[in-house]
Design a protein around this ligand. Structure first.
Ligand code: FAD
Length: 404
């Protein structure tokens, strides 16, 4: 595959559980020491085999964090898999951190609205923003990553860090515009991991600590493909407001097991098995795609197509448990659907902060937290350093044994 004929996003990351499981199976032998050694190397769009590239499936829970962790720990010792396990747990941490401070998402959206207003009125900013999004800045590495993102829907973690740093400190573009560019194109675009990682690069997340992309580091970890010139040589951390006060950890809404129940699924979580196990027996099921709410601008077609495909796959896999399936066009249609189907309550996997939570606010839909999140999120109080001390207990829950 050459640069001019990239494999399209949905061929790289087919939106089915079967494809996710196959990727997991292929990756398992490399999840131990091999991952620890190679995970920081970005060898190019068709050579990302040092990392799992599982994120598009995990993002929609076509496969779950629990299954990934259990499969890896069945294959490798806890020691050998430590790095990989930690990365998966970062996702749980970021989600818990934002769940407990949802106003950080609201602040990001307000900052994005201001930045887009500036784009509309400041010609210079608009030109620079468009050049960055089209990969036309003249910084070869950055331009290659911008094109890779748009064409494949994926970027290696190290490339995301370098890209965000160059966006903020070399190109001096508003960080919210960069976070939005990612959310519109990443197949794994996630309000928590994305917003908080961009804030981390800018120095807003860990106060006083920002991330500087250095030419030597880029050359070392791209196998010498890039050594960009003219990058910023310092990254003064942004000065932002204090973190908002810590809110309570989410708790499932009470569900009446005897009442006629509808199941509502969004792109947040397409693994309803845990609800069935907890006694939910849907009389009818509806899908609601909230992806358009990721950005005030249009989300890339491959992202919408991935969500639509993932929902099709889920509907087909669970057809015998779902009852009649309805595609809702908006959250406003939930009440009519529930009335038509004779439902007394509608249950959904916990919609995390972002478009799904925004859409479902005030609808009365009952939210259910899965066990790993319920165990982990009470600990998402400070930084990852403190959070990770709870990993052994969390892994014990996943594997059913003391994984320490
Ligand atoms: C600026 C920036 C923006 C990001 N935006 C997103 C985003 O929108 N969605 C997203 O899922 N991740 C995001 N990440 C985190 C990380 O880059 C991706 O999760 C990872 O690159 C996905 O590729 P992979 O599946 O090959 O990861 P692997 O290295 O194989 O890791 C396995 C899994 O662990 C999780 N994971 C790994 N690293 C991280 C991390 N640093 N933070 C959170 N979870 C992690 C992912 O679910 C991933 O699939 C961002 C990072 C940065 C620096």
């Amino acid at each position: 595959m050459t640069d001019t004929a990239p494999l399209p996003p949905l061929d790289r990351f087919p939106p089915t559980r079967a494809a996710g499981l196959e990727r997991l199976r292929d990756f398992l032998p490399r999840a131990g020491a091999d991952y620890a050694r190679r995970r920081n190397h970005d060898m190019g769009r068709d050579a990302h085999d040092g990392v799992s590239q599982l994120s598009p499936w995990i993002r929609r829970r076509l496969i779950t964090e629990e299954e990934v962790l259990a499969a890896v720990l069945a294959r490798h010792s806890r020691n050998a898999a430590e790095k990989f396990v930690q990365e998966v747990v970062w996702r749980t941490f970021w989600k818990g951190w934002l769940e407990r401070r949802p106003s950080v998402w609201t602040m990001y959206r307000a900052g994005l609205a201001r930045a887009l207003d500036r784009v509309a009125t400041e010609g210079g900013l608009r030109r620079d923003w468009e050049a960055a999004c089209h990969g036309e800045t003249g910084i070869d590495a950055f331009d290659a990553w911008a094109r890779e993102l748009v064409e494949t829907g994926y970027l290696h973690n190290h490339a995301r860090m370098w890209f965000a740093s160059i966006w903020i400190f070399t190109l001096r573009l508003p960080w919210e515009l960069g976070a939005d560019f990612f959310l519109r194109h990443l197949l794994d675009g996630d309000p928590a991991s994305n917003t908080l990682s961009w804030r981390w690069v800018a120095g807003l997340q860990t106060k006083g600590k920002s991330y500087l992309a250095r030419p030597d580091n880029i050359a070392k970890y791209t196998g010498g493909r890039f050594r960009p010139e003219g990058l910023a040589t310092s990254a003064p951390p942004f000065d932002g407001p204090e973190h908002p006060p810590l809110g309570p950890a989410p708790v499932s809404d009470p569900i009446d097991p005897a009442a006629p129940t509808g199941l509502l699924l969004t792109e947040e979580d397409l693994a309803p098995g845990f609800l069935f196990e907890s006694g939910v027996q849907p009389r009818a099921t509806a899908f609601l795609d909230c992806t358009a709410g990721l950005s005030p601008l249009a989300v890339a077609p491959h992202v919408s197509a991935h969500v639509a495909g993932a929902m099709e796959d889920t509907a087909a896999r669970w057809s015998e448990r779902f009852g009649p399936v309805t595609r809702l066009g908006s959250a406003d249609q939930i009440a009519d659907w529930a009335a038509r189907e004779g439902l007394a309550q509608v249950v959904t996997p916990w919609p995390c902060t972002g478009p799904a939570a925004d859409a479902l606010a005030g609808t009365g839909v009952l939210r259910h937290v899965r066990a790993l999140d319920a165990a982990a999120w009470p600990h998402a109080t400070h930084g990852f350093f403190r959070f990770k001390t709870h990993i052994p207990a969390l892994l014990g829950q996943v594997t059913g044994r003391d994984a320490a």
